[in-house]
Design a protein around this ligand. Structure first.
Ligand code: MN3
Length: 244
């Protein structure tokens, strides 16, 4: 199997794994991350590539037309892939030469294009000409989180419709609370890349440091490195890598 077909096969495998959040014994979920790692990941040269549509442009007609799908996938998504590659290159360069003068700009670019790439990659996969069936696990979580599928549908529809300006409606799994959540995203990032799983964070709201450091946020960030528990961070990282 050549690389293109191999990636395509993984994409299709991933599509069936998307909703398989957790087995009924409550063990292992995390297929989304697995899919990101295998399919949306950069290739061996470090470049992200546009994933193939797992069906024909016209496969979703009459609901979504061929021309929209072609423009959306080939032009818009490709633009995010190109932007993500460029931002990644610029950030790597900044790290290499230790010059962070433009870091705010490139982090914004990285988040915008990275989020765009990941979100569209999921979007293509979570649609298809065949509807399939929701797993018993997903049904259980929908019932537990929203009461019923019909309630979820009404809620999701209202939330997606009410997104201010450009954005997304999102059904997500909140692993800490072990429940499903519906979120809106304006644009698609607001400085996050959806599907990224945080495992080391620092609060830089003023309430976290102002009493001691006042306006000197940099001094607080430096001091933070003296109190990181690397064992806990490493444990969390290994859990994430293995799925939740
Ligand atoms: Mn789009």
């Amino acid at each position: 199997m050549d690389k293109r077909n191999f990636l395509k096969a993984l994409t299709l495998t991933g599509a069936t794994g998307l909703f398989d959040l957790r087995n009924l014994n409550g063990q292992t979920i995390g297929h989304m991350e697995t899919i990101v790692n295998r399919v949306f990941a950069p290739d061996e040269t470090g470049k992200y590539t546009l994933p193939n549509l797992p069906y024909a442009y016209e496969a979703l007609e009459p609901h979504i037309d061929r021309q929209t799908m072609q423009l959306h996938h080939d032009i818009h998504h490709q633009g995010y892939v190109n932007g993500l590659n460029n931002a990644t290159e610029k950030v790597n360069e900044a790290i290499k030469v230790d010059d962070y003068g433009l870091i705010k700009h490139w982090q914004r670019e990285l988040a915008f294009h990275g989020a765009g790439h990941f979100m569209h990659s999921i979007f293509w996969e979570n649609m298809g000409p065949a509807q399939g069936k929701r797993s018993s696990s997903l049904e259980k979580y929908m019932k537990g989180s929203f009461g019923s599928f019909d309630s979820f549908k009404k809620y999701f529809t209202a939330a997606a419709t009410a997104v201010e300006g450009s954005g997304w409606g999102i059904l997500g799994y909140q692993p800490k609370a072990d429940k499903l959540v519906v979120l809106q995203a304006e644009k698609h990032q607001n400085l996050s890349q959806w599907l990224t799983v945080p495992f080391l964070v620092i609060d830089v709201w003023e309430h976290a440091y102002y009493l001691k450091y006042q306006n000197r946020r940099g001094a607080y960030v430096n001091a933070f490195f003296n109190v990181i528990n690397w064992e806990a961070v490493s444990n969390r990282f290994e859990k994430i890598r293995g799925g939740y």
